[in-house]
Ligand binder design. Structure first.
Ligand SMILES: Cc1ncc(COP(=O)(O)O)c(C=O)c1O
Length: 408
């Protein structure tokens, strides 16, 4: 190929405007910098530091050995759908028919995409409480929808106020998309908040997309499944998966549950764009639901232990941090530093080699906080906190710190 062949054709048309306008992930930027540096302790990634339970890995190895390498049903392995139906019935007393109300997806990430595409026409609006997982808004935009941010904040423990929803709803509103327990805040929506959301959805004829991927990482009290609430079932798409509970991020297995008409629409899109979720991954997931309950509980217990270390550590160095009720993130306030969340994260990375995520990347209500993942080894968390203490102490003696001190 000659150099001339590489020259750009001036008549070549532009890329999709919707795709081109998507922002770069604010998380990625930090991890690219961190990956070039030595000796970094990362509290940045939302990924378990455990390996997938051994029996699940073995089940996948076995399936590959036996040559079980074809597509599965578009809906996913029926045995897996049956196990999930049993699990949901046992935990939440909600009945989903494995044959038409459960779809195995390539992670909750794909479930979000399918839900948005199944529900939205061009210009339909989706209310999204923020701060929220970074994929929510792009998934809505890529489906032609319009994400509408609903601000929540730490003073109300990131609960959604009905008044805020009432102010933002329009005739174009089609759905509300929530994630609980929350990434990035760790907040758990109280049952009362969820009931209000359901009531609001009923009053306006809306769907609810409920991302409950952290349901098993709820530390105080029990998780409330939205679809289990009165009047919620018919309008709710529940998304869940194996990445967090069973430390299976790389296997790319999740599931969506919804009434037949909605699920069938999602399934049609899935059957054209994905065909089926990876077969060895589904075999591993099947083993995980059947045999890895103890492992899942042990990992959740370890996260709970680390949660206390991280929350106490943050509070003791002057970064106010509420006890997160679930997920594996702490979301301390860094306002006392006098820095923006981006400045805080950048300087902490360069000066003390600790990677955290600036809260501002998670949308409204996130600024003034950083996200710290405790899906990281406990000893490393302690070391990171020592470095953060030094960082915060040094700030106090610098100009910025003086401003911060005055503001305290
Ligand atoms: C709230 C939330 N939803 C969905 C996902 C994506 O999960 P999966 O690995 O199942 O695609 C994540 C991953 O970090 C998440 O935090």
């Amino acid at each position: 190929m000659s150099v001339a062949d590489n020259a750009k054709d001036p008549d070549l048309k532009g890329l999709s405007k919707t795709a081109a306008q998507l922002p770069q992930s604010g998380i990625r930027k930090f991890f690219e910098i961190a990956s070039q540096m030595q000796n970094v302790i990362s509290l940045g990634v939302g990924e378990p530091d455990f390996a997938t339970p051994w029996t699940a890995r073995e089940a996948a190895i076995y399936s590959i050995e036996k040559g079980q390498t074809t597509y599965t049903s578009n809906l996913g392995l029926i045995e897996l759908r049956r196990e999930l139906a049993k699990l949901i019935r046992r935990r939440y007393a909600v009945e989903y028919n494995p044959d038409g109300e459960i779809l195995i997806t390539t992670g909750v990430a794909q479930g979000l995409d399918l839900a948005a595409r199944a529900l939205l026409d061009i210009g339909d609006e989706v209310l999204i409480p923020e701060p929220c997982f970074v994929s929510y808004k792009p998934c809505v935009s890529l489906a032609g929808g319009v994400p509408v941010a609903v601000e929540t904040n730490s003073s109300s423990n990131f609960q959604v106020a009905t008044r805020a929803l009432d102010d933002l709803v329009t005739p174009r509103t089609k759905a509300i998309l929530i994630g609980h327990p929350s990434n990035p805040t760790g907040a758990v929506f109280e049952k009362e908040t969820l009931m209000k959301i359901v009531d609001f959805a009923c009053r306006h004829g809306l769907y609810i997309i409920s991302d409950e991927i952290y349901d098993r990482l709820t530390y105080d009290g029990t998780h409330t499944m939205v679809a289990a609430l009165p009047r919620a079932f018919e309008r709710t798409i529940t998304l869940n998966g194996f990445s967090k509970t069973y430390a299976m991020t790389g296997w790319r297995i999740g599931y969506a549950c919804a009434p037949p008409e909605i699920l069938n629409t999602m399934m049609k899109i899935h059957s054209y764009t994905m065909l089926s979720a990876p077969t060895p991954g589904q075999k591993a997931a099947l083993d995980a639901v059947r045999r890895a309950e103890k492992d899942a509980l042990a990992m959740a217990q370890e996260y709970r232990r680390r949660r206390n270390i991280i929350v106490n550590g943050c509070n003791s160095i002057g970064l106010d941090c509420a006890l997160p009720g679930g997920s594996f993130y702490a979301f301390p306030s860094i306002r006392s530093s006098g820095l923006s969340s981006e400045q805080f994260a950048e300087r902490l990375l360069y000066e003390e080699q600790v990677a955290v995520v600036p809260g501002g990347v998670f949308g409204l209500g996130g600024e003034g906080h950083v996200r710290m993942s405790y899906a990281t080894d406990g000893e490393l968390i302690k070391k990171a906190l020592e470095r953060m203490k030094r960082f915060v102490d040094n700030l106090s003696s610098s100009d910025v710190g003086m401003t911060a001190k005055a503001a305290r």
